[in-house]
Design a protein around this ligand. Sequence first.
Ligand SMILES: [Zn+2]
Ligand SMILES: [Zn+2]
Length: 309
Amino acid sequence: MTDETSRFRARFWGVRGSYPTPGPRTVRYGGNTSCVEVEVGSQTIILDAGSGIIRLGHDLLRRSADGPLHISLFITHGHSDHLIGLPFFNPLYEPQTHIDFFGPRMDNRPIEQLVTPLMSQPYFPVDMRKLPSRRSFYTLDGHEHILWRKGESEPIIARIAQQPQEGDVHLMVTLTNSHPLNGAAIYRIEYAGHSLVYATDVEWKDQCEPAFLAFVHNADVVIHDAQYTTSDYEQTRQGFGHSTIEMATGVAAAAQIGHLILFHHEPTYDDDKLDAMQAGARSQFPRTSSAYEGMEIDLLMDAPTRGKQ
Ligand SMILES: [Zn+2]
Ligand SMILES: [Zn+2]
């Protein structure tokens, strides 16, 4: 596994929901909002551009050492906790960088119009359209299959599944309506017989959508919204578009996944509360971990196989 293109690693740069929460009460899990980096094959895929993407940007530039940098950035939806870091994502300012933006159409706006207003007057002094990096935009309708052939950096986007060959990276997308008001995209990445799902900002009320369960089925790792305790949810948070621990573990069991990662932590919950929620979740689905900043999962080396425990 020393070959740089034979890799499937997820690294968490922001795990918090709604708004950043720096400070001593969140120091172990971290206070930055949603951002997960996935190094898969020869691709660098970033899931959401919350405040966690700022430090990732510094790290990517350090790792590329002024060489070319090609990134695929997948946005789930337009809420600020998933975009707030973008204006401070330093690779945007580098001529050596090429960023492919992917994301759903929201409120009739294609992905380009979802992200560029963040970096334009009067919200930000620098206009994204004038930056020296190269940017491409791909608006998704929820039925695409995106394929990167081994060693290629340009995506192939199709409406029907292309047959992946050994070494190809395959990404699928689906949309849910469970998050107000425009829903959110869910992404599934497959490589070398392993799979990772990123499903944040979802809420399953009485029962999970069958199409979602089919989409998640048998994944090795599922990063799932788990913002609330059941009591907080039942008292005041129903309809906010986020899940409880029980909803996340219910998905994990029903979809027969390998490992569940609790994500999009409620900003008012401190580290001790998240510890307790992780323990509670493990009593329902043992192969569960709560995401924290700096957490890494190597799907080729140490991801638990389905049914191993
Ligand atoms: Zn969110
Ligand atoms: Zn949201």
